[in-house]
Design a protein around this ligand. Sequence first.
Ligand code: PEP
Ligand code: MN
Length: 356
Amino acid sequence: MIIIIRNQAGSEERAQLMTLLCRLTGNQRPVTPTILSGCEVITLDGSSLDEQAKTLLSQQAAVERLISIKTPYKLVSRDFKPQGSRVVVGDKLGGTPVTIGNTADGAISPVIIAGPCAVEGRERLLSTAQAVQAAGAQILRGGAFKPRTSPYQFQGLGVEGLQMLAEARELTGLPVITEVMEPALVETVAQYADILQIGSRNMQNFPLLLEAGRNSKRRPVMLKRGLASTIDEWLLAAEYIVAAGNPNVILCERGIRSFDPQTRNVLDLACVPLLHELTHLPVIVDPSHATGRSELVPTMSRAAIAAGAEGLILEVHPDPQNALCDGRQSITAEQLQSIVHQTHLIAQMMELSYVA
Ligand code: PEP
Ligand code: MN
């Protein structure tokens, strides 16, 4: 259940509401209001509340109205917000702002995020940033903190890598996205990055989700689907970030684990239209990690846009064979250029079909 608090509610009226809520919910957890689109809301699992309790709540002076949401996730659900959300990226750190989301309304084309898996060094990053920009990407990716399966693999350049990303933004104007793996680093990464990436392995790192909600200066968060997560688990992870105070969440489908080692993961494209039914959050697709094979990336990029994805995140490297991380799935800037061209054509065709 979502309780919308009246704008003019006084402190006594609020205190009364809190006391009633504690009584009705048996004090299950502290209730903290969140501000969403200028509206103060309290969200709770209302399944244990009977009709009498709901009437009592709706009669409180501090309450504007109650919205009953049946799904376990509330704030991210389409039932709560029928209009698709748009997330503005890169308007705080001096880059060129980009909007992600709600392409179904036909107003904006899919956003292309591209760059190396990991930041490998200053010169290489700066030249790759220029190359992906020339190829038509609007946002630069690059991992500074890398979640590697083996402790002996390249772990990323850390804060130095963040500084290189900031320099690449200064040079090109491209906003930058990079992964944050631990709560203690959320504030630091938010000083440099326009989007915080929460990786597949951390989708249910709840302290990290809470910190990205509370202390990221409301930087957009791209939440990747867990290696073997259900859609409900994924949406509940997104709910943690939004309920903690940051509404700027973008979902990223990056494939889920299955039994066939031919591809690195299985790209669940049906989740794109399904998510558009269930949630108002923008959805983008990562064909690089989903397939693990560069030769499959162009086809699956086109398919993702045709399925309604609002953007793509692609790994691009100047010399894939010698990349320090994920070279097998990395494409070149030339290949990126052709993907950008094709996906724009597909998006235009779909825009026409929405209008028709
Ligand atoms: C990445 O984007 O570099 C990455 C590690 O992705 P994932 O979390 O999806 O494996
Ligand atoms: Mn990677």
